[in-house]
Design a protein around this ligand. Sequence first.
Ligand SMILES: Cc1ncc(COP(=O)(O)O)c(C=O)c1O
Length: 396
Amino acid sequence: MKKIFAKRIKDIKASEIRELLKITENHDIISFAGGLPAPELFPVEEIATITSKLILEEGKKALQYSTTEGYIPLRKKIAYRMNKIFNTKVNEDEILITSGSQQALDIIGKVFLDEGDVVFCERPSYLGALNAFRGYGAKFSEIPTDNDGMIPEELEKTLASTFKRKLIYVIPDFQNPTGRTWSLERRKALLDIANKYQVMIVEDNPYGELRFDGEILPALKSLDTSNSVMYLGTFSKTFCPGMRIGWISVGEEVLEKCILVKQGADLHTSTINQMQLNMYLENYDLDTHIQRLKKVYKCRRDALIAAMSNELPLSIKFNIPDGGLFTWLEMPDDMDSRVLLDICLKKGVAFVPGHSFYANTSIYNTFRINYSNMPEDRIVEGVKRIATGISELKHH
Ligand SMILES: Cc1ncc(COP(=O)(O)O)c(C=O)c1O
């Protein structure tokens, strides 16, 4: 039968990262491509213990339908953690549990975006968010960035000249894909500009708790005095992504709409997963677990940076992230990271070419490297292979 698809599906392409991840499932490949946490650090035994306790003690509740808003004890704990770590002042009524923050992005798209509305995002930005918003017919305006975040003058200029402006989407902490963190000044400037032009901000913060160096900076949400920030959090990177537990923190007016949309999508996030996580938080110390993750990821970052400094030519620029899972490399303009990837795959090493992370522009000389998913010796070997790939690319 001839399939007549909805218009909205036309612009959504298969994520190149997902396609690439299929290739890199082959264990012989050293993969810097995914954004995967280290599975050896998942608290498997603790989860086994609480799961059996939960099923035996509260099985009937854990296996039943539950409310769309989410399990209240978990929402309370999330609000408490946000306030403690990121200096916000939220309570459980301002938290909606979502199935990962990816669902939160989709919900926000459905609540706010009409065909042709413009989302202002960092250049480059998180592909999963761009695709979620694209599904609702969004157009993007990419704002240039530097090491301190979006450049405020550029944002203001673009906002002033855009008619259907709707949302500003940012990842201020250890951004995906660049690993960069916004300075405090830029955070304040963003809020001022967003208020001036009356545009809501989506603050997506999956990596903020994974800081190895320096002090945690206040979340945009904590600096927000006019209810203009929708904060997205997740346990994917601090606990485990397979649980699919994230949240939106936002004022009542928007939250009500988000609840309606989530109801239509999946009724509620898995009751048992929410209760497992809640029981973990009651019986174990998530902060100690996160300290362990940070220690391992910091060593991996250090190994990566040392190897890149030793092996890569000086013409390849990269940043040293203070936390999170990624760094970003920039080659001279005439070098194409897609061609480099082809060469590197033959050498058994993979990364994500940067062009996927640009909403509109075609830039081909950048790429993203993830360092959380491999031990140091593989990281060093992988960088050596990329270095040989680069020298072959130069003579291509
Ligand atoms: C910036 C950003 N937002 C959202 C997500 C989605 O995370 P999850 O749905 O697992 O919470 C990711 C995952 O990598 C991400 O990097």
